[in-house]
Design a protein around this ligand. Structure first.
Ligand SMILES: Cc1ncc(COP(=O)(O)O)c(C=O)c1O
Length: 392
């Protein structure tokens, strides 16, 4: 979007801070993965946590248009939210659902994750005659989080799934803890453990899935016929060390932008923000940005650079709840666009740069962008849609 085009949407949100999501990049990241997977391997697009902060509905729709076969979320409420917005594609809840929710999930055609025979007994009592709940069985092959670790238990669960007509054994899966690390030992142990568990099944369900983005980008294994793609769909590498191993270029989908809302000149000795931690060394132009830690732009980003007119300038003083200040190289008028993440001219600030500054992972950076920040969706280089969560 060219700078002058920002403002067309002023009736849809009223604060000049927004996240721009490039749906073409999401589409490209999926089609590159599909090409890599070839035929016969289904793609589950992971859209939990509001699609890693990008917006659940828009990403889900784009992913399905780009050829994703299934969606995955963490919690039943996230799946219900997608249904409410009109998404009819199959959705798998990866986390734990209550047995009391079985009837609702079945009614909405939402698949659930199960790893306990007692859960199945309780759920079967909740399901109404004729209802069929789609079940994916989770195996804990070494993540130590949720899943069956014991072959006898898996046999019991499979037995119940076959015996009770209110269930359809739709899938079995596991999750890798270290697929994004260069050392593959633990990954291989987990894969072997998963395969070992599968040997006790009397039959295979429709979907056997294990690979997340990292494993899908690096490995292929005949044991799985579906992958769960999260971070790579958003154009981000599963880890820094994996970047040189990426089989195709990923295209970051998200940018975070704002505008100067106030510009002032401080004289030597005057300070900025809470705690007066930054003091002007001479006459300095200071700009105020309408974004703060309540938006996910947290206090640890003090000192981080942002882009204005293609130039890197630092955030000075403490980041406030709703605002922060930058040191300008000279006067800029209020209303000038500022890029917190994304490209401006020849400069760019990646999600990974922010993650490095925060000593965290890129996943956390995009998930942290708060609901107060409207999302602007770009498709075919056009503004397609604006979503303002707090006015929904
Ligand atoms: C069970 C499960 N599968 C798949 C994913 C997607 O992982 P990634 O974003 O690394 O592709 C996640 C993400 O945390 C997950 O918890």
């Amino acid at each position: 979007m060219r700078k002058k085009e920002i403002g067309l949407e002023t009736t849809l949100f009223h604060r000049d801070t927004w996240a721009e999501v490039n749906l073409d990049h999401i589409r490209k990241n999926i089609s590159s993965m599909k090409t890599r997977l070839g035929t016969g391997v289904s793609l589950f697009a992971v859209v939990k946590a509001n699609a890693y902060g990008h917006g659940d509905y828009e990403v889900a729709k784009t992913a399905l248009e780009a050829g994703a076969d299934f969606l995955s979320v963490a919690f039943l409420d996230e799946a219900l939210a997608l249904r409410k917005k009109g998404i009819t594609a199959p959705i798998l809840v990866l986390g734990v659902s209550r047995p009391e929710s079985a009837s609702l999930a079945a009614d909405q055609g939402i698949s659930v994750t199960v790893f306990d025979d007692a859960w199945l007994e309780s759920a079967s009592a909740q399901l109404k005659p004729g209802q069929v709940l789609q079940v994916h069985v989770k195996v804990d092959s070494g993540m130590g989080r949720i899943g069956i670790r014991d072959k006898n238990k898996l046999m019991k669960v499979e037995g119940l799934l076959k015996e009770k007509k209110c269930f359809n054994f739709q899938g079995i899966f596991t999750h890798f803890a270290t697929a994004d690390e260069l050392d593959t030992d633990y990954y291989e142990k987990q894969l072997a453990a998963f395969k070992g568990m599968l040997t006790v099944l009397t039959g295979r369900p429709d979907f056997v899935h294990a690979a997340n983005s990292a494993a899908s980008l690096r490995f292929a294994d005949p044991v799985w016929n579906a992958v769960r793609m999260g971070i790579a769909m958003y154009g981000l590498s599963p880890s820094v060390e994996m970047k040189p191993l990426l089989p195709y270029p990923l295209q970051q989908a998200i940018s975070l932008k704002t505008k100067l809302v106030a510009v002032k000149q401080l004289v030597k000795g005057e300070s900025v923000s809470y705690g007066a931690t930054y003091t002007a060394q001479g006459n300095e132009w200071i700009g105020t940005l309408p974004i703060g830690y309540a938006d996910g732009w947290i206090r640890k980003l003090q000192g981080q650079e942002v882009l204005i007119d293609g130039i890197r300038v630092p955030i000075v003083g403490r980041i406030c709840m709703d605002q922060c200040m930058i040191k300008l190289p000279g006067f800029f008028p209020a209303g000038t666009e500022v890029t917190l993440m994304g490209n401006d001219g020849d400069e760019s600030i990646t999600v990974d740069e922010i993650a490095a500054k925060l000593e965290t992972i890129n996943y956390e950076v995009t998930c942290m962008i708060g609901a107060r920040v409207p999302r602007i969706y770009m498709k075919d280089h056009q503004l397609q849609h604006v979503r303002n969560f707090i006015l929904e």
